[in-house]
Ligand binder design. Structure first.
Ligand SMILES: [Mn+2]
Length: 261
């Protein structure tokens, strides 16, 4: 699964489309099932070339806005354009049936909404290396923001359990323990639903914000307010306005300022 921003956008006078075509040709020759989507830096002239060069491939496929089944596993791809428009994203969520993997390219503030999908895994590119386990869904984000970064994750699905391994990740946000482990050993494996994943600030913030989504203002308890207060300084606060709406956000902020911690 290639999570977008895979060709470059020509901003340096060139893209990475030739390297990508080589990689995809290699994967096709080895019969490795490969799925990809379009990121915000995949300019049409480069991305179109990749599409054209791979159009007859049997094992390499763009899965944007469609569900593809491979063996018993269902995948749904979401381009940056699919996640960036709330109307479009909500429409896809509404008409989506259960899948196992969402492969997306999604901006930071919009990520909380991906949890509305009925899925086991959400994997997004763009930026921010992170992992969380929220509402029985594994959320993984990866990015290659520095030249030395070649970041990837493997997920082993076996009868005895699911294991996730991170490679080369340098900046797993809100999870110092994981970051240090990866820095020392270059990779780090964990079981899904282990405390490394469930107890980090990213997972907690998403859960707290989603919990008050369907509550009216008069249903928000003192406990809820304390929970919100605990995440208020984190950059995940931007989920608030995007997911709950500005009006509710300001009402909650007012209520918070009226109460003392
Ligand atoms: Mn991007």
């Amino acid at each position: 699964m290639l999570a977008g921003d895979i060709t470059g956008d020509g901003s340096c006078g060139h893209g990475f489309q030739n390297a990508l075509i080589l990689l995809l040709t290699f994967l096709e020759s080895k019969k490795v099932q490969t799925f990809f989507i379009k990121g915000n830096h995949d300019e049409n002239k480069f991305f179109g070339l990749v599409m054209n060069m791979t159009k007859d491939f049997q094992y390499v496929e763009r899965i944007s806005s469609k569900i593809i089944q491979f063996k018993e596993i269902k995948f749904l791809g979401l381009d940056f354009d699919d996640t960036e428009s709330i109307t479009r994203l909500n429409d896809i969520i509404l008409h989506n049936s259960k899948v196992n993997f969402i492969l997306a390219h999604c901006s930071w503030r919009r990520r909380i909404r991906l949890l509305d999908f009925d899925t086991n895994y959400i994997i997004t590119g763009h930026f921010n290396e992170n992992i969380g386990y929220i509402e029985d869904k594994v959320f993984i984000s990866i990015g290659n923001d520095r030249l030395e970064d070649i970041n990837f994750v493997t997920i082993n699905l076996t009868k005895s359990g699911e294991k996730i391994t991170f490679y080369n990740m340098n900046c797993l946000n809100d999870n110092v323990k994981l970051t240090n482990a990866i820095k020392n050993k270059n990779n780090f494996s964990m079981d899904i639903a282990s405390s490394d994943i469930t107890d980090n600030k990213f997972s907690q913030s998403l859960s707290i914000i989603r919990n008050i989504k369907n509550k009216e203002m008069n249903e928000i308890t003192q406990y809820d307010l304390e929970q919100i207060r605990s995440i208020i300084s984190l950059n995940s606060m931007t989920f608030f306005t995007d997911y709950l709406g500005r009006s509710k956000y300001y009402k909650i902020m007012n209520k918070l300022s009226e109460t003392h911690s």
